[in-house]
Design a protein around this ligand. Sequence first.
Ligand code: HEM
Length: 456
Amino acid sequence: MDASPAPFVPPAPKPRGGRPSFLQMVRIVYRNPLELWGEPSYNEPWIWIGAALNGPLLIANDPGLIRRVLVDNARNYKMAKVRQRILRPILRDGLLTIEGEGWKRSRKAMAPVFTPRNIHGFAGPMLKKTLEFAARYEELERTDIARDMTGITYEILAETLFSGQIAGEPDSFGKRMDHFFETMGRVDPMDLVGAPDWVPRFTRIRGRKAMAYFRAIVDGTIAMREEAMARDPRSVPKDFLTLLLEARGADGLTEDEVADNIITFIGAGHETTARALGWTLYCLAEASWERDKVEAEIDRVVADVPDPVDWLAAMPLTRAAFEEAMRLYPPAATISREAIEDDRYEDLDIKAGAQVQIMPWTIHRHRKLWDRPEAFLPERFHPGRREEIDRYQYLPFGAGPRICIGATFALQEAMIILGVLMSRYRFDTLPETRPWPVQKLTTQPEGGLPMRVTRR
Ligand code: HEM
C-alpha cells in the first residue's frame, strides 16, 4: 500500500467562470491579474482574447507555439507595449528593456559578466552574507518569511553588485530602493486601457522624486568606483559593478547603460529570487514529508561539501523543491511580446501587432501538460524524471535569446540560502499563514508569509 500522504495543494485562484465586463477586467488586472484567467486558459493550447485591452491578445500555452515565439521566430517578436510602458521609465536601456541592435550589443557585452567563473566567484560573498543573516536570526515565534527573504537577497545583491561600497548610507539605500520599485513598478490603469503617453500616470508621478534620488546614489557609487579603478585597478573588488565597468567600450556598454543595468539587476535580481525562496519554505512547511527529505540532503551536504560552489550540483532534492515552488508560483508570471509582422504556427494566424502572452502561471498549471497540476510534487523535478518535462512547458526563467541572464546566479544563491538556513532552523506555518498569490512585478504572497522559526 502506498503510505505517502496526499500531496499538498497550495492556494491559488480558481479559474474564473463567465466573461468579465471591460470595467471588471481593468479592476482585476489592476488588483491581481492571476484572477483573470478562465478554464480555457488552463486547458487550451492557445486562445484569442479578441476585444482585449491594447488590441488582440493571444494566450500561448502550447510548448511548440512558445518555441516559435521565443526561439525559432524570435526576431519577429518585440517586447509588448504595456510591459515597456511600465518598465522602461525605470530601467531605461538596461538589458531587460533595451531592444533591437542595442539589446544585441548589450547582451554580448554582458556575456563575460555572467560566465560560470564569475558566478562561482560570487558563491563566497553569498555564503558570507547568508551566515551573517543566519547568525542574527535566532528563534522567532513569528516572522514574515516573505520580508526576510527580500532582506537576505537584497543584502546578497548589494554585496555582489557593489561589495557594500555604496555612496551615502547603505541602510537608506535599501529603503529608498524599496520605495522606488513599489511606486514605479505599479501597473497604471492608464497603461492598461492603452492611453497615449501624454496622459499623466498618477501611480508614477509619486515615484519621480524617489527615482531621482535613487539614480543619484547609483551615479555616485559608480563615480566612486571609477576613481578607485583609476588609482589602482587591482585594488577594486571583482563584483558586478567592476565587471560592468569593464564591459564598456565601442562595441560594449555606454556609461549610462552601466547605471541602467545596475538598476536592472536590482529590479530583476533580488525580489524574484526572494519570492521563489519564500514560496519554497512555505510549501515545504505544509508538506513536512517533503521537508524531511530536503533537510536530510542539506544536512549531508553542509557537513561534507565545504565549497558552496558545489552545493547546486550536490542538492538535487532541494533544487527540485525550489523548482516545483517556481512551477506553482513563477516569480515572473507573464512573458509578453508583440508580433512585428504576420506569423503563422500550424493553423494559427498571428497578425502583425498582436499581443502574445506566454504565461508561466497558466502553462505551469495547464491540465493537458501536467499530472495533478495544482499539487506540490517536487518529485517531478527529481533526477531521472525531470527529463520528461518539455523544455517549453516549464519557463520560470523564460527561453530563447532573451532568457534570464541571471538564472545560474539565482539558483546558486537559492541553494546557499536554503542550505544554511534549513540546516540550522526549521520553518513552520502558523494558523494565520494563509498567503494568497498576487501578481505585481513578481508573484507575491498577499498578507506575507508569517511563520515560526525554531532551532533544529
Ligand atoms: C528566481 C529568480 C529569477 C527569475 C524567476 C527570473 C526570471 C526572468 C525571466 C522570466 C526573464 C525573461 C523575460 C522576458 O523574456 O521577457 C528574465 C530576464 C532577465 N533577468 Fe531574470 N530572473 C531571476 C533572477 C535574476 C537575477 C538574479 C538577475 C541578475 C543578477 C536577473 C536579471 C535578468 C535580466 C538582465 C534579464 C533580461 C535578459 C534579456 O532580455 O536579455 N534575473 N528573468
